[in-house]
Design a protein around this ligand. Sequence first.
Ligand SMILES: Cc1ncc(COP(=O)(O)O)c(C=O)c1O
Length: 360
Amino acid sequence: MSLVPPYIESLRAYEAGRTIESVQRQYNLSHIAKLASNENPLGASPKALDAIARTLDGLNLYPNGGLDLRRVLAGEFEVKVENVIAGSGSEGIMSNIIRTFLGDEDEVLTTEAAFIGFQVLARSRGVTYRTIPYRDWHYDLLAIAQAINPHTKIIYLANPNNPTGTIFTRHQFDEFYAHVPERVLIILDEAYFEYAKDNPRYPDSMHYRYDNVITLRTFSKVYGLAGVRIGYGFAHEELIRNLLKVKLPFEPSTLAQAAGIAALADKEFLHRSLALNTRSLRYLTEELAAAGLTVIPSEANFVMIVLPSEQHVERLSEGLLSRGVIVRPLKAFGLPHCLRISTGTDEDNRLCVDTVRSLG
Ligand SMILES: Cc1ncc(COP(=O)(O)O)c(C=O)c1O
C-alpha cells in the first residue's frame, strides 16, 4: 500500500504470547502456569493496589505528567527532579527517546536478538539498525564499540539482558565506555535491575551518571505492575528536558503514577518477590539442566534454553502448553532455536520441570 513507508510495511506486528484463558479453553485445563512474559508470579504490590483504589476519586482530572513520581524517585535516588522522567512503561520512554534523538541519517547499534520491544521501536523509525553477535550469550561490548561509525547515534544495552538473562560487568562496561564518543547516546535498559543489583560485579548505572547515558527502569517486573504501564528513567537534565518536549503530556496515567509511588515504598513485597525469584532461578536452572536441557545461567527472572533446532523448540513448547505451561519461543527475537521460561510460583516451577521430564 503506497501510503505506508517500506520500513513499516516490512515490519511484523508484535505477537503477544498465549493468554491464560485461550490455553485453558483449548486444552480444558483448570490451572495454567504462565511463564512466558517475565511477570511477577506473586501478583502486584499490595500497597500499589491500595493506592490505585484510593486514586479512583480523582479520575475526572488530567494527570500531571508524572511529576509526583519524578519527585519521589529524585529523593530516593538522590538526583534532581530534572534528571528523572516517568512514562507508560519503560517502553513508553524508549519510544520517546527514539522520537527525540534520532535523525533520518542516524544509526542504531545493539546486540543480535535484542529485547523485542526495542527492536520494534527502532525499526519503526526507518533508520539503519545494526547488530553485533553475542559472545557466549553475552553482549560483545568491545565489538559493539568497534562497530561505532560516524552515523551511530544510539547504542542500546539491556543489563540484565532479555532474552539471555546474562549481564555485563562493571569492568566490561568501563572498558566499553572509554571507546564511546560523547555524541553517541547509550540506553542502559535496567528492567531487571532489582534482580541483579546485589551481584557485586553488576554495574548499577546510578553510579555512571555520564552525560550520554539514559537509564531505564520499570515497575512491570519485580513490583508486579506490568498491566498498569509505569516506568522511569534517569539522565542528564538536557536529555530529560528534550524528552519532555516530545513525551505525551498526560503520561503516565494518574493510576499508574500512584501505583508506582506506592510500589516503591513496598519493601516487604520487593523482598518477598526477590526471595521467591532467587529460589526459582536456582530450581529451574538446576532441574532443567538435570533433565537434559542447555540452560543459560541468568541474573533476571527467567532462563533461556538453547535447543538443537526450531523443531525442538516447537515440540517442547507445544508439549508444555498442552499440560498448561506457557513459555516463550524466541523466534520473533531472532533466536528460533531458543525458548525462554520465566520464574513462577514454587508450584508452577515444579509443574514446568515435571512436564519437561515427562516429555523426555
Ligand atoms: C529488557 C526489557 N526492557 C523493557 C521491558 C518493558 O518494560 P515495560 O513494561 O516497563 O515497558 C521489558 C519487558 O519485558 C524488557 O524485558
